[in-house]
Design a protein around this ligand. Structure first.
Ligand SMILES: [Zn+2]
Length: 171
């Protein structure tokens, strides 16, 4: 098997608390993701996939005559299962992905206040990528046996309308 296929078929540790299943069609089509990406639907370990998402939120007023408020969401993200009341960290760039693994994160985190993104439960999807597969070829000789944790982009998508909540460059 090609290295990229091995990576795309592995589960990074930030998703190990959950069950994940292939959602290639719905998410890859919607966000025009290339073949270096994989996407998964997230299910709680208890089997429930109607979940709440928590993230940090900032709001900005845009426009002059007609004002609109634009919300932005920031990592870390947490998934809450109302069925078994479990709350789990799903992505924090300070510890997940290429830069997180290297201790080199400089992304914006914990901006604004921690909120529940939408009040009602819904499906949650994630996607992540390994866009330069050659970067991973020296991992095994160097004794790094978790190359799947070094993804270079991570996005989280909420709800039946597949709304992108946040996306982070991780490398
Ligand atoms: Zn649960």
């Amino acid at each position: 098997m090609e290295l990229i296929d091995t990576l795309l078929n592995s589960t990074p540790k930030c998703l190990k608390e959950f069950e994940t299943s292939d959602s290639e069609k719905v998410i890859k089509d919607k966000f025009h993701l290339t073949k270096e990406f994989t996407s998964r639907k997230v299910t709680c370990g208890c089997g429930n996939s109607d979940l709440l998402l928590q993230a940090y939120k900032t709001s900005e007023t845009k426009g002059f005559f007609k004002k609109t408020i634009e919300d932005s969401f920031w990592a870390p993200g947490f998934i809450v299962c109302p069925n078994c009341e479990k709350r789990s960290l799903v992505f924090d760039p300070r510890q997940h992905g290429w830069d997180g693994e290297m201790g080199a994160n400089c992304s914006i985190v914990e901006e604004g206040e921690l909120v529940t993104v939408k009040p009602e439960t819904d499906k949650i999807y994630v996607y992540f990528s390994y866009q330069n597969p050659e970067n991973y070829e020296d991992f095994e000789p160097d004794g790094i046996n978790n190359p799947e944790d070094y993804f270079d982009m991570f996005g989280i998508v909420f709800g039946a309308n597949e709304e992108l909540i946040f996306e982070y460059e991780c490398a």
